[in-house]
Design a protein around this ligand. Structure first.
Ligand code: PSU
Ligand code: MN
Length: 304
């Protein structure tokens, strides 16, 4: 029997920070390989690490490479994932054994990054948007593994809410059922990724970093197993108009159905379609919001 430690490679800087109790922020790699086009994805992957460092925390981008789960990547490894793009395996929780056993290169989604971060002892993780309940989930059962992971893995995920390619109301209901606290920073409404406000009230809202950090510290102190979702809305200046985004999404969803795109291909397909349809407007918004989330995650990690 192989020992499970053999599969883990912690970057020395990350290992030292964790051992010394210094703040570490996990970052996902699917956003690099599947979420954004080249070369913007490479610039972003590197810039997120720099933002986390500038805020006084250590970044740990997660990926599967050479049969190992890597916690912390080199610039060359981030560049590799960026160039390979969708040729890299998109890894959620179910895919670890498969990808490792075959020595494939895998980029981790929110669910996989949460699980790996938790195993390594990292409590904060910044991303763009999480997966959720898809609009037609009643027929397709398409509910992202990200939600199930939030139910059972005690990591704080900092995101900008969920896109309206998903059913936002159903996603919030699901998180409530699973016992996942959802806290929006700076406004009452839960954010809709490119759009600053969705139509849904956030279960909880806070106006200051200190108030946010206090709730997180209580959550981590209690014997609860669930993760916690922090929703950090896109800024007024960078946010897109809700009606405009909805129209673009409706078109993209039609195209997805026609092209018979299914399962894990759906989210990357829709993201790429939107970038094309909006001549890069969703790309600019996406880049801006992820950077803000990395900054907030590093600040929270430092406060805790
Ligand atoms: N949303 C984005 N960009 C992304 C993703 C979601 O705006 O890159 C990725 C994340 O890695 C997320 C995954 O965990 O898609 C969810 O995929 P699915 O819907 O197949 O569960
Ligand atoms: Mn899915």
């Amino acid at each position: 029997m192989m020992k499970s430690q053999e599969f883990w490679v912690l970057q020395p800087e990350v290992k030292q920070a964790l051992e010394a109790g210094r703040p570490v922020v996990a970052l996902e790699s699917t956003i690099i390989s599947h979420g954004l086009p080249y070369p913007e994805n490479e610039y972003l992957g590197l810039e997120l690490e720099k933002i986390v460092r500038d805020e006084g925390a250590v970044p740990a981008t997660v990926a599967l490479m050479d049969g190992k789960i890597k916690i912390g990547l080199s610039a060359a490894e981030i560049g590799f994932l960026a160039r390979k793009g969708r040729k890299v395996y998109k890894v959620s929780r179910r895919d670890f054994a498969w990808v490792l056993s075959r020595g494939l290169t895998g980029a981790t989604t929110v669910s996989a990054t949460m699980w790996a971060a938790h195993q390594a002892g990292i409590r904060f993780f910044a991303t763009g948007g999480i997966g959720g309940v898809h609009r037609n989930a009643m027929e397709t059962f398409d509910i992202s593994a990200d939600l199930e992971e939030l139910a059972k893995t005690k990591v704080c995920v900092i995101s900008s809410g969920v896109k309206s390619i998903l059913d936002i109301g159903a996603t919030l209901e699901y998180l409530e059922t699973k016992g996942v606290p959802v806290i929006t920073y700076g406004q009452r409404k839960f954010p809709a990724f490119y759009v600053k406000e969705s139509l849904f009230d956030s279960p909880f809202s806070v106006d200051s970093l200190e108030a946010l950090s206090a709730v997180l510290q209580y959550h981590f102190s209690l014997p609860l197993e669930s993760g916690i979702l922090v929703a950090n809305p896109i800024s007024e200046a960078q946010g897109l108009d809700a009606d405009y985004v909805d129209a673009m999404i409706a078109d993209a969803l039609k195209k997805q159905e026609k092209a018979l795109i299914k399962g894990k291909e759906i989210t990357p397909f829709l993201l790429a379609e939107l970038v094309k349809k909006t001549q890069g407007k969703t790309l600019a918004a996406n880049l801006a919001l992820v950077k803000e989330n990395a900054r907030l995650a590093a600040r929270l990690a430092r406060l805790s």
